[in-house]
Design a binder for this molecule. Sequence first.
Ligand SMILES: Cc1cc2nc3c(=O)[nH]c(=O)nc-3n(C[C@H](O)[C@H](O)[C@H](O)COP(=O)(O)OP(=O)(O)OC[C@H]3O[C@@H](n4cnc5c(N)ncnc54)[C@H](O)[C@@H]3O)c2cc1C
Length: 349
Amino acid sequence: MQEVDYIIVGLGLAGIAFCEQLENANKAFIVFDNGVDGASRVAAGLYNPVILKRYTLPWKATAQLDIAVPYFRKIEKKIQASCLYELPVQKVFSSVEDQNNWFAASDQPELCRFISPMLVPDHNPHIKAPHAYGQVLETGRIDIKKLQKKYQAYLETKNAFAKADFEHSEIECIDQGVIYKGIRAKRIVFAEGYGLKKNPYFKQLPLVGNKGEYIIIKAEDLKLAAAIKTSFFVIPLGDNLYKVGATFNWKDKDTNPTKEARTELIEKLTSLISCDYEIVDQEVGIRPTVGDRRALLGTHPEFPQLAIFNGLGTRGIMMSAMLAIDLYEHLENGKNLPEEINITRFGKK
Ligand SMILES: Cc1cc2nc3c(=O)[nH]c(=O)nc-3n(C[C@H](O)[C@H](O)[C@H](O)COP(=O)(O)OP(=O)(O)OC[C@H]3O[C@@H](n4cnc5c(N)ncnc54)[C@H](O)[C@@H]3O)c2cc1C
């Protein structure tokens, strides 16, 4: 019988962040991931501390950012590959009023660190931005696909990764732990993203899921050095490739690309850029979103050896490292989880 401290199910942003906590504490663990779907495989990976619709900060955004950037830098050293790229995010103002709201926000104490009062003029002949751009500070992009691939390879060298479907029916809960297919562990942490819907222990939690689609375009003349935000993003990937999107769909829960999303994104893009482009791909993922927009952390009411790390929603890059610390401290040192993210907020059922 193999003995570990933890089994982790899922190697998306949540699973990786929890692995890092375990590595810091020298705990033995094994990760199961089936390598299919997953929001992290699709996400553009932008981190941006400001909600650009309302010019406000999300929950604990400053603290999250201060933890996330050094966390990804540390992982880069471990996996010996770059995955964090500083990338300006520029908001295209929709009107003069929108521009005024930007200036008002740049004066606020909690926002002035992130909102530059200096407007960026529109010098790009292929972008329609008559009211100029506002630049968010301390933004960037994580190449999540590369991070996942390299992190998996790193775990493989430690025999800490299994590419397999985790079968919940094979879990045997014992005193002080679990047994799963010949592995004895003190705990399981489920970091399954929208895969949670197949988990009989936690599937009753209100993870709603939100389907997001991007088109990937090639535009030789666009020459963007920043991610541009209007009601959607245009994100430079290098080699004249750009991610355009993403859509938000609360109804569909499959990972099939749709004509509707493609049409919506083409229409939006046409109203923003004027140069030629070619669509080279379309990508789909389900965001693990909760109605109250807070994460899902905690343990099963009957089986405390089963824990959940989910609900990262639209902001997995900024949230994952901080929440992994919260969950680890809760499980190992008995610290209370913040009420806003503890699954006990939904009652014992
Ligand atoms: C279109 C789109 C754009 C986004 N853009 C951004 C962005 O720019 N910035 C940002 O911060 N966030 C973004 N997000 C959100 C971000 O992707 C998520 O918050 C984050 O990836 C969630 O990570 P996770 O680890 O919880 O889940 P996932 O990434 O979904 O990972 C879950 C993993 O578990 C595995 N799994 C599930 N069930 C099982 C099982 N039974 N057995 C084995 N393996 C299993 C899956 O294969 C998957 O690898 C975006 C999401 C989408 C869909």
